[in-house]
Design a protein around this ligand. Structure first.
Ligand SMILES: [Zn+2]
Length: 186
């Protein structure tokens, strides 16, 4: 059973007050958050009403914390399945529909059987049916044009794409740091 404590994760911000990661959103469970507070590795920006008690003190659970030391994001994002899906915004690059990550597959644009390599430029997100329909053919051979030409994304692009996916849990104290409401953007 979930307790109020389990429902009280802390949003983790970098030292510049941006989330360490948007998608998946950087959150820590309350135990890790409290440990970091006690170790003075983070600043508490906002708190929940709930308190934890030890024999000597009581602490309110942090809802938003920021790292004291800035962590520079990797300049070039790792080439992973997840990052390919994130670059493609979880949209099948053939039919253009959006899918949950577990319904997407990793498609070689130029199939490996035709000399295609596994790289940012030759791998896209594809839904199962499109991947099957395309088979061992190029988009031209299959008459299935690509939604967008695949390229290596920047870390910033991936972060921006991640902002399009709100988390399941969103405490009101997080809103100022997430800007899910695109109308706020200039
Ligand atoms: Zn598709």
């Amino acid at each position: 059973m979930l307790t109020a404590f389990d429902n009280s994760p802390a949003l983790v911000l970098n030292a510049d007050f941006r989330p360490l990661s948007y998608f998946p959103l950087s959150v820590w469970n309350w135990q890790d958050a409290i440990k970091a507070v006690v170790a003075e590795r983070v600043n508490v920006i906002s708190e929940y009403e709930i308190e934890v008690h030890s024999p000597t003190c009581s602490l309110r659970l942090p809802s938003v914390i920021s790292l004291k030391e800035y962590i520079a994001p990797a300049r070039r994002p790792a080439f992973t399945r997840f990052n390919v899906f994130l670059r493609d915004r979880l949209v099948c690059q053939y039919c253009g529909d959006a899918f949950p990550a577990h319904d997407l597959t990793f498609d070689h644009v130029v199939p490996r059987s035709q000399g295609g390599v596994t790289s940012w430029e030759n791998v896209v997100a594809a839904c199962g049916p499109c991947n099957l329909a395309k088979g061992g053919r190029t988009p031209r051979q299959a008459h299935m044009p690509l939604h967008r030409e695949p390229m290596e994304p920047s870390t910033w692009e991936l972060q921006e794409n991640g902002r399009a996916f709100p988390p399941n849990f969103l405490h009101e104290s997080w809103r100022d740091y997430l800007y899910w409401d695109t109308e706020l953007e200039t």
